[in-house]
Design a protein around this ligand. Structure first.
Ligand code: C2E
Ligand code: MG
Ligand code: MG
Length: 671
């Protein structure tokens, strides 16, 4: 835009290719109009410069900005000179204004870009084609510790943990390629290393040739740390910090390789704590966790470094022993583990005794791969558990069938519960002095469609191990209460029903509530229900047992101790327990006629019970001699095949109940 300004009137005339606009304004027609368009920050400076030049007559050149109608900024460069009249006074200003907005914007973009590069968190490093550093931003200084002054013109290779990799990193870009590396290792000024990801690209000249290489390096140590942590977590048990089953599989696989090469064996020892479930159920999960940690510490102390102790889940551990020359070594270490658990653990202010059942399998004899060895050690452990716990057994091929059988039983029992394949038989209990029947004991029965009848000793144990007992027990209780209620209606108003309760059911907090609910639902008076508990389950947590038993007793429910004398009886606890009856284990009756000790034991137990106000039921009475003896030594009630076998009484049938009673009445001495 070429313009002519009349210095006296302020009028402005414009011409030129872009004469009609200044920014997005129509071209100014007066000096005042022009001033209103100029950026206020520039105006004063421009005006004073201009008047100086008007006065001196010198050529002027400068820049100014225009603020457009919509607030946008336009850049102009301007040149001008005053023209004088013959009297020598300046009367006109002739000028030229050029729109330089585009150039200015580009310049600003460049300087912004430089600021962005400088302040970037990523290290941005330019290098010449010879590999010396030409650009060094703030991110590079922060990451690597060198200042720009120290880094510039130094070779790129000083930044690398392995300097010989410099060419490998830079050369592709020097040839025009862009390359990325997920992981490289840089070395800081202080010598420490830092993992980085790299993007390397060529720096091109305007002419298209390559001037150098730009490397953008990003610190990935945080990501690496969390990756490492994730990898650790994925392979370790969070409670104990031991390797988990995934890492164990790895270690076992490499141990197998080493054994194969060395012509030696690998031993796999499966360790399962006995009765841990009960600790968890009665003392709570926190106590259970605490116990597991203490157990871990003791087991860990027994092993050497190249061997692996892992937690397989729950209360199961596995130990892999490397390069074992003979079975005896594996056995010795297993026994060492067992011995380490012998001292009591102190958890939640209690002394807990913990034992473990263990099974051992040996590579190559018992399996050639990880899963076979693991499975076979597990099978041996199961056998150890079922032959009395707290012991170590080696795997033998015969074991496998036992385990399969057990697995099958579990699946089948689950199904049996769903399909109502279970039933109940009732065995009568009589007063020893007469033929009055006092109760029926409810005994669960399972007749499997193909396996036939499965003995309760077998399926109750499986039910207890799998937790199915809770469902099974509730079913037996409800069914038995309903049945007993119907005997009442049939005229046997005072015949009670005895129901066996397993430790797992009794330990559940909702147990008492469930029993009361079932009584309510079936309408059976509480004093016609007798729950049979065992000594071991009551002794686990005496205070809690007393509380629960009292609660049941307050509602009128009767409580007996089943299989009394079969476990480790501790007579001290008996007087404290608010129970009604002791049921003496049938092993005592079986020996009655055989030796005198059995008789005195029986007498002792009966008089002890009577002295603290408990009644005595003797189980397993099979012969008339036994019955006679029991009458003489004044036990209170008897139960046994002699007096009546468990019968189904499937549907209430007065005659069937009668016949059970009559059978008993037929026993000659029993009148
Ligand atoms: P238990 O509670 O001690 O039941 C008495 C067991 O002795 C029954 O065995 C019964 O058939 C058997 N028996 C009775 N009289 C005689 C006899 O004169 N001679 C001999 N040799 N045995 C006799 P069963 O039915 O095999 O039950 C075994 C155990 O299974 C029971 O022992 C009880 O602990 C458990 N059980 C049975 N049903 C249930 C149930 O519903 N729940 C729970 N938790 N356990 C149950
Ligand atoms: Mg019983
Ligand atoms: Mg019993």
């Amino acid at each position: 835009m070429i313009f002519e300004r009349d210095l006296r009137t302020g009028e402005v005339e414009v011409c030129g290719a872009l004469a009609d606009r200044l920014g997005d304004w129509p071209a100014p027609r007066s000096f005042e109009a022009w001033k209103s368009m100029v950026h206020p920050e520039d105006l004063e400076q421009v005006l004073s410069n201009m008047s100086r030049h008007i006065r001196s007559g010198e050529r002027y050149s400068g820049e100014f900005r225009v603020i457009g109608r919509n607030g946008q900024t336009y850049h102009y460069s301007s040149r001008g000179q005053s023209i004088r009249n013959p009297a020598g006074e300046p009367y006109k200003w002739i000028g030229l204004a050029t729109d330089i907005t585009e150039r200015k914007t580009a310049e600003e973009a460049v300087s912004q870009l430089a600021a962005i590069v400088q302040s970037s968190e990523d290290a941005i490093i330019g290098t010449s084609l010879e590999g010396s550093i030409t650009t060094w931003n703030g991110g590079a200084e922060k990451l690597l510790g060198f200042t720009a002054a120290e880094a510039l013109s130094a070779p790129f290779s000083i930044l690398l943990a392995r300097p010989d990799q410099a060419a490998e990193i830079l050369d592709p870009s020097a040839r025009g390629e862009v390359s990325r590396r997920d992981e490289a290792v840089f070395k800081r000024q202080d010598g420490t290393e830092v993992p980085v990801s790299l993007t390397v690209s060529p720096i091109r000249k305007a002419s298209g040739g390559i001037a150098g290489v730009a490397t953008i390096a990003r610190d990935i140590s945080a990501r690496k740390r969390s990756e490492d942590q994730l990898a650790y977590q994925a392979q370790h048990d969070h409670l104990t910090g031991l390797p988990n089953r995934i890492l164990l599989a790895d270690r076992l696989a490499s141990s197998i390789d080493r054994a194969r090469q060395g012509g030696l064996m690998t031993a796999v020892i499966y360790v399962d704590l006995d009765g841990f479930k009960l600790v968890n159920d009665t003392l709570g999960h926190e106590a259970g966790d605490e116990l597991l940690q203490q157990v871990t510490d003791r087991l860990r102390a027994c092993i050497r470094d190249p061997d692996t102790l892992a937690r397989m889940g729950g209360d199961e551990f596995m130990l892999v022993l490397n390069l074992v020359p003979e079975d005896a070594i594996a056995l010795a270490i297993a026994e060492r583990l067992r011995a380490a658990l012998k001292k009591p653990f102190s958890v939640a202010d209690r002394q807990l005794y913990v034992t473990a059942s263990m099974g051992i399998s040996m590579y190559p004899r018992d399996g050639g791969d990880v899963s076979t060895l693991r499975r076979n050690a597990d099978a041996a452990m199961y056998q150890a558990k079922h032959s009395g716990k707290d012991r170590v057994l080696f795997f033998t091929p015969a074991l496998r069938t036992t385990v399969l059988e057990r697995l099958e039983l579990e699946t089948e029992l689950r199904r049996a519960l769903e399909r109502s394949e279970l039933s109940i038989e009732y065995q009568p209990i009589f007063e020893v002095s007469g033929n009055r029947q006092t109760a029926f004991e409810a005994l669960a029965r399972w007749v499997h469609p193909t396996l036939g009848s499965v003995p309760p000793a077998k399926f109750i144990r499986v039910a207890e191990e799998t937790g199915l007992i809770v469902q099974l027990g509730a079913w037996v209780l409800r069914e038995a209460c309903r049945r007993c209620r119907s005997w009442q209606d049939g005229g046997y108003a005072s015949v009670r029903v005895g129901v066996n309760v397993s430790a797992l059911e009794f330990a559940r907090p909702e147990f008492v509530g469930n029993v009361l609910a079932i009584l309510e639902e079936t309408g059976l008076p509480a004093d016609l229900l007798e729950l049979e508990l065992t000594e071991t389950m009551l002794m686990r947590d005496m205070d809690d047992s007393i509380r629960r038993v009292s609660e049941l007793r307050e509602r009128g429910i009767r409580i007996s101790i089943d299989d009394f004398g079969a476990g480790y009886s501790s007579l001290g606890y008996l007087p404290r327990l608010p129970i009604d009856t002791l049921k003496i284990d049938r092993s005592f009756v079986a020996e009655l006629g055989l030796n005198d000790t059995a008789l005195s034991l029986m007498e002792g137990m009966i008089s002890l019970a009577h002295s603290i106000g408990k009644r005595v039921v003797v189980e397993g009475v099979e012969t008339e001699d036994q019955l006679a003896t029991l009458r003489r030594i004044e036990c209170d009630e008897v139960q046994g095949f002699l007096l009546g076998k468990p019968r189904s009484l499937a549907v209430f049938d007065q005659r069937e109940v009668d016949s059970v009673v009559e059978d008993a009445a037929l026993v000659p001495q029993f009148s």
